[in-house]
Unconditional design. Structure first.
Length: 450
C-alpha cells in the first residue's frame, strides 16, 4: 500500500496577497483547469466619473447595490433639498458599481439603462467595462455565485462592519475566470434559458392563484369588491345577516357583497364542530413531542416545519393535540392565512394555543371551508373581527360568527377538490421554478469551477 506523500508547492511572493496559506490554496485551486483566468483589470478600467452639484428643486434617483449578485437598484427617489451631501457621482452605462467601503458578499452591480443618470454617494465607486471582452450578464451572474463570493471575500480586508476591496486591488490583483466572449455568450444564453423558464413557471403559478379566487367567487355567486371601494349613500342589509347593531362601513361592504351569494349564509359556529382537544402534558407517556407553532404553516401548502421538543421544556402555548383531518386556523394575525388540514404524518402532534381547531365530519367539507376563509370575503370578515394592537387576533367566539355561503356537501367537495388540484399544480410549478433557478446557477458554476 502506497504511503501518503508530503507535497511541497513553491510560489513567488508576487502571488501572495496575504499570509493566509490555506486561503491561498483554496483560491488557486478553485477554477476549472484550462479556463482563461484574468485580473479584473483585463476588462475593467478606472472611470472618469462626472460629479454633479445637487439642485434643491430637482428630483434624483439615489442608487444602491445589493449583495449576492442582485445588482444595482434605485434606493430612493428624492428631491434635492432633502439630500445633505451636495455633490454626487453620476452613473453612466456599462459600468461596474460597488461600495468601496463595504465590499463583500457579491455586492456588485452593472449600470444599465434603468440606472443611467442615477446618482451615487462618495462611498460608491465605478469602473468602465470593456464589452468587447466581457459580457455584462456574464459578469453580473458571476456575483450571484456563492463560490465566487467565497473566493472574492478571501480578498476582503477591514473591520467587521467595514470590509472592503480597494479599487486598484480589484483591477490589478484579483483574478477571475473569463472565457472568450463567444463562450461567455453561450454560457449566458444557457443560463437565461433556464431563468426564463423559471419565470414563466412562476407567472403561471401566480395566474393560477388569481384563478382560484375568481373560481370561488363564481362558484358561490359572489362579486369581488375592490380593496378600497367606498360605500356611499344609504345602504340596506338583511336583518338575518346582522349579529350586532354597530355595523361599520367596512363590515357593511363585506356583508353586502356576501348577500349576493346564490347560497344561504350560515355562521360557521352553527355548522362546524369546534372540539376541545386539550393536551394533558402530565399524562403524556413519551419524553418528547412534535410541536406545530404558528410560524410552521405556509400559506396554501400547510405544515412545513415541526419541532421535536422535550416534554419538560414544552412552551406554554403547546396546549392542544390535533388529529388527521383537523383544520387548524391561526387566529393571531389571521390575514397571514396560517390555515392547514392535518395529514396522517402529523396525527397526534401538539399545536399552539394560537390555533382554533375544527374537526372533520361527513356533514361538511373542510377543504371548502379553508378555501373560503382564505378568500377575500373570508379574510375581510376575519380582519373586521380582530382585536388587539401589537398582536391582533380573533377569538374563538368571534371566529364562530363568520358567515359562509353554504352549498350542499356534494358541491362543497367539488369546489374544495377543484381548488386543491389547482394548488397542487401551483406547488409543482413553484418547485420546478426553484429547481430551474438553482440548476441555472449550478450549470453556470460548472462551466468555470472545479
Amino acid at each position: 500500500m502506497e504511503k501518503n506523500k508530503t507535497m511541497l508547492k513553491n510560489i513567488t511572493f508576487s502571488e501572495i496577497i496575504n499570509w493566509d496559506v490555506k486561503n491561498f490554496f483554496r483560491q488557486v485551486n478553485v477554477f476549472k483547469e484550462g479556463i482563461r483566468i484574468v485580473p479584473f483589470g483585463f476588462f475593467l478600467s478606472k472611470s472618469d466619473v462626472e460629479k454633479i452639484k445637487i439642485e434643491d428643486e430637482n428630483e434624483y434617483k439615489v442608487l444602491g447595490v445589493r449583495s449576492y449578485g442582485k445588482g444595482a437598484f434605485i434606493n430612493r427617489e428624492v428631491m434635492g433639498d432633502t439630500l445633505k451631501m451636495r455633490t454626487y457621482q453620476l452613473a453612466k452605462k456599462n459600468r461596474l458599481f460597488w461600495c468601496k467601503v463595504d465590499t463583500k458578499n457579491g455586492a456588485f452591480g452593472i449600470i444599465n439603462d434603468s440606472f443611467v443618470n442615477g446618482i451615487a454617494s462618495s462611498n460608491m465607486t465605478f469602473a468602465d467595462i470593456n464589452t468587447n471582452e466581457a459580457n455584462l450578464e456574464f459578469i453580473q451572474t458571476l456575483f450571484k455565485s456563492k463560490k465566487i463570493n467565497e473566493y472574492m471575500d478571501g480578498y476582503v480586508t477591514g473591520t467587521t462592519n467595514r470590509k472592503y476591496i480597494k479599487p486598484d486591488q480589484l483591477r490589478e490583483e484579483i483574478k477571475i475566470p473569463l472565457p472568450f466572449i463567444t463562450a461567455q455568450n453561450k454560457i449566458v444564453d444557457s443560463y437565461n434559458t433556464k431563468m426564463v423558464l423559471a419565470k414563466q413557471q412562476e407567472t403561471k403559478a401566480t395566474d393560477l392563484e388569481k384563478e382560484i379566487e375568481v373560481y370561488l367567487d363564481d362558484a358561490l355567486g359572489l362579486k369581488k369588491l375592490k380593496e378600497k371601494e367606498n360605500v356611499k349613500g344609504l345602504q340596506f342589509i338583511s336583518l338575518k345577516n346582522l349579529d350586532r347593531w354597530d355595523v361599520l362601513t367596512k363590515d357593511l361592504r363585506t356583508l353586502n357583497g356576501l348577500s349576493n351569494s346564490k347560497y344561504d349564509l350560515k355562521k360557521i359556529g352553527s355548522i362546524y364542530d369546534f372540539p376541545s382537544k386539550s393536551w394533558k402534558k402530565k399524562e403524556y407517556k413519551k419524553e418528547t413531542f412534535k410541536y406545530i407553532e404558528l410560524g410552521a404553516i405556509e400559506e396554501n401548502f400547510g405544515v412545513k416545519r415541526v419541532k421535536e421538543i422535550e416534554v419538560k421544556k414544552a412552551p406554554s402555548r403547546a396546549t392542544q393535540q390535533i388529529n388527521t383531518g383537523d383544520l387548524i386556523i391561526g387566529t393571531t394575525r389571521p390575514y397571514l392565512k396560517r390555515f392547514a388540514i392535518i395529514n396522517t404524518k402529523h396525527d397526534n402532534n401538539i399545536c399552539s394555543s394560537g390555533f382554533s381547531i375544527i374537526e372533520p365530519s361527513p356533514n361538511y367539507d373542510l377543504n371548502f371551508l379553508k378555501e373560503f376563509l382564505m378568500s377575500f370575503y373570508g379574510i375581510e370578515q376575519l380582519k373586521n373581527r380582530m382585536t388587539g394592537g401589537t398582536y391582533p387576533a380573533i377569538t374563538n367566539t368571534e371566529l364562530k360568527e363568520i358567515l359562509i355561503p353554504l352549498p350542499k356537501i356534494a358541491t362543497q367537495k367539488e369546489i374544495g377538490n377543484h381548488i386543491l388540484n389547482l394548488k397542487n399544480e401551483i406547488k409543482n410549478l413553484k418547485k420546478e421554478a426553484k429547481q430551474n433557478r438553482e440548476q441555472a446557477i449550478l450549470d453556470f458554476e460548472n462551466e468555470i469551477f472545479n
